[in-house]
Ligand binder design. Structure first.
Ligand code: NI
Length: 197
C-alpha cells in the first residue's frame, strides 16, 4: 500500500468506508505487454473531451511523456490509489515532471462529466488532465489500450465498474513505452522516469 499524501486522506477514508462494498478489479496486467510480430499494439490516436470541455488529442502532448490511467471517479479504491501513486511519483520528479503529463481517461462517461473530472482530479494535483467523451469514443480509446471494463449493479442501486488497472507510459512520440502495474511504488516510477532521455 503506497503512502497517501495528506490531501488524499478524505479518499483514504472513503476507501476504508467502502471496503465492505468490495470492488473487483480485473487483474489484467498481462494486457500491457501484448506483442504481435515484435510490434507493441498499445495506444493510438485519441480525440476526447477535456475537463474544460474542449477537445484534447494525444498529439497535444507530443514532446512529453504521457502517464495514462483509465478509471472512474466513483471508484472506491483502486482508482484513487493509483492516481495518488501517479501524483506522488510526479512530486518526486522535481523539474523533470514538466516532461510528463498525467492523464486520467474515464471509463464512465455517463457520470464523469468534464466538470466532475476537474473537481475530482484537483485533489491529486494541478497537472492532471481528465478526459471523457461519448460511450463510443471511450470504448475506442479503451480498446486501443487494451483496457477492459464492465458495469455491475450495486446493492441499493447504481452501479460500479470492473476495470483493468494499469498505468501506461507513452513516449514523447506518442508511442507505447512501458506499463506500471497496480501496486507499483511511486519511488520506482519516479526513478524509471528520471532515467529516461
Ligand atoms: Ni477503479
Amino acid at each position: 500500500m503506497p503512502r497517501i499524501p495528506l490531501a488524499l486522506i478524505p479518499y483514504a477514508l472513503a476507501i476504508a468506508l467502502t471496503a465492505g462494498g468490495y470492488l473487483w478489479h480485473l487483474a489484467d496486467h498481462a494486457g500491457g505487454a501484448v506483442r504481435s510480430e515484435g510490434v507493441v499494439r498499445i495506444g493510438g490516436p485519441f480525440a476526447l473531451t477535456g475537463q474544460d470541455g474542449k477537445t484534447v488529442r494525444d498529439t497535444d502532448f507530443r514532446g512529453r511523456y504521457m502517464l495514462i490511467y483509465f478509471g472512474y471517479t466513483m471508484c472506491p479504491d483502486v482508482c484513487p490509489t493509483e492516481l495518488a501513486v501517479m501524483a506522488e511519483a510526479l512530486a518526486k520528479l522535481g523539474p523533470v515532471a514538466r516532461r510528463v503529463v498525467p492523464i486520467f481517461i474515464t471509463i464512465d462517461p455517463e457520470r464523469d462529466t468534464p466538470a466532475l473530472l476537474k473537481s475530482y482530479l484537483k485533489v491529486f494535483g494541478p497537472g492532471f488532465v481528465g478526459l471523457t467523451g461519448t460511450q463510443a469514443e471511450i470504448r475506442t480509446a479503451a480498446d486501443a489500450y487494451q483496457v477492459r471494463f464492465k458495469t455491475y449493479p450495486l446493492e441499493g442501486g447504481g452501479y460500479g465498474m470492473d476495470h483493468s488497472s494499469v498505468i501506461y507510459l507513452m513516449g514523447p512520440d506518442g508511442r507505447f513505452v512501458s506499463v506500471y502495474t497496480e501496486g507499483s511504488n511511486p519511488d520506482d516510477i519516479a526513478d524509471d522516469l528520471k532515467a529516461r532521455p
